[in-house]
Design a protein around this ligand. Structure first.
Ligand code: FMN
Ligand SMILES: CCCCCCC(=O)C(=O)O
Length: 371
């Protein structure tokens, strides 16, 4: 268990500083980087800088409850671990350590399709809920096999990432000729399918080349029926940024959506996630839960997103900083410290339970396009 309040690791940013010195420069660029000029990556963070909150007083905040329910499971925290690839790049135990840390914090962990530990090994150590994230591969048999394994392993939902018909142009990875190699691999996917992801090639990202060869860019809303037919697990669509697509997600029976621009790693110039959260929540109109990711670094950031209608906030880079800095304890530390910040912000905002949090907690003129 990380020593909170030790002065050294008080915030997620403290873990980031520690991690930076421990991670190889090209891996650091892979984690930290975004697409092209990284405008959207920066916009995600700036959107939170703009937010101003509207605290209420005399509200009995002697007890603060951060727990939240999703698909029948209650989580101690509305902060979850977003799907990210290849955790063994920063810790030899990889996703097994992440699962331990997330479980200790009572948080959801969405395991990436490109995890570097098997779904079964991760499930064995997990004490909290796991979901499986999927990209849409040309090889549907490979997707179907993964879905079956997730069901057998007790995973609670499938999260289909819909914003990567091709990979964003991540200049840092291209300049580094970034490739995943050594003893780190996407061990849940047939090695024949993964072959192209290992070739180091100056000026090109091996991951982008791999995505170009293996991801299916032809899919449309009609294809969701195929995923649906594979499993009874709830289906969550990750990468929704507009009211139009939110309405289509409802029409096609999504069980939840994630407002996300992939941490600024896909379309550079895309809107900041926070700036469209209210638009998507309104379009969903209560038909299913809305989750959020992109730029959440502090408890007060999460408070703003939850007030704007997110049921849960996913963190992408911060758990990786924790993992790189302190392994499972670091993942737990990042999630706990951010949850403690959230609880503190809830108390000072006069909203002691997430159910008491609504848009009245946010000064709407500080949201882009807000009234
Ligand atoms: C290193 C890294 C790897 C990622 N890998 C995946 C992935 O495999 N699947 C996916 O859906 N999203 C992936 N993402 C995007 C995250 O799930 C999430 O949308 C994003 O990181 C949220 O922004 P944040 O990092 O500001 O919290 C990745 C992000 C990073 C930083
Ligand atoms: C072809 C490998 C895809 C995994 C890359 C994950 C990632 O960086 C992201 O989605 O972002």
């Amino acid at each position: 268990m990380t020593q909170l309040g030790s002065g050294q690791l008080l915030t997620a940013e403290d873990y980031r500083h520690l991690a930076r010195d421990l991670v190889a420069p090209d891996v650091w660029d892979f984690i930290e980087g975004g697409a092209e000029e990284e405008r959207t990556l920066a916009a995600n963070l700036r959107a939170f800088d703009r937010i101003r909150l509207r605290p209420r007083v005399l509200a009995d905040v002697s007890a603060v409850d951060t727990s939240v329910e999703l698909f029948g499971t209650r989580f101690a925290t509305p902060l979850g671990v977003a799907p990210t690839a290849y955790h063994r790049l920063v810790d030899s135990d990889g996703e097994v350590a992440t699962a331990r840390g997330a479980g200790a914090a009572g948080a959801l962990f969405v395991v990436g399709m490109f995890a570097s530990r098997t779904l079964e090994d991760i499930a064995e150590v997990s004490t909290s809920e796991l979901w499986l994230q999927l990209y849409w591969l040309r090889r549907r048999d490979v997707m179907a096999a993964l879905i079956r394994r997730a069901e057998q392993g007790g995973y609670g939902a499938l999260m289909l990432t819909v914003d990567v018909p091709r990979m964003g142009r991540r200049w840092r990875d291209m300049r580094n000729g970034f490739a995943v190699g050594g003893d780190v691999a996407a061990v849940n996917i047939d090695p024949a399918v993964m072959a192209s992801s290992h070739h180091r090639d100056a000026g090109r990202s091996a991951l982008a080349q791999h995505a170009a060869q293996q991801f299916d860019a032809t899919v449309t809303w009609a294809d969701l029926a195929w995923v649906r037919a594979q499993s009874r697990l709830p289906l969550v669509l990750k990468g929704i940024l507009t009211a139009e697509d939110a309405a289509l997600a409802v029409e096609h029976g999504a069980d939840a959506v994630v407002v996300s621009n992939h941490g600024g790693r896909q379309l550079d110039g895309a809107v900041a996630s926070l700036d469209v959260l209210a638009e998507v929540v309104d379009a969903i109109g209560g038909a299913c839960p809305v989750l959020f990711d992109g730029g959440v670094r502090r408890g007060a950031d999460a408070l703003a997103a939850l007030a704007l209608g997110a049921r849960m906030c996913l963190l992408g880079r911060p758990p990786l900083w924790g993992l790189a800095a302190r392994g499972a304890d670091g993942v737990e530390g990042v999630l706990r410290t951010t949850t403690e910040e959230l609880a503190h912000a809830m108390a000072l905002a006069g909203r002691p339970a997430l159910g008491a949090l609504d848009r009245s907690a946010v000064h709407m003129s500080t949201i882009a396009g807000g009234a």
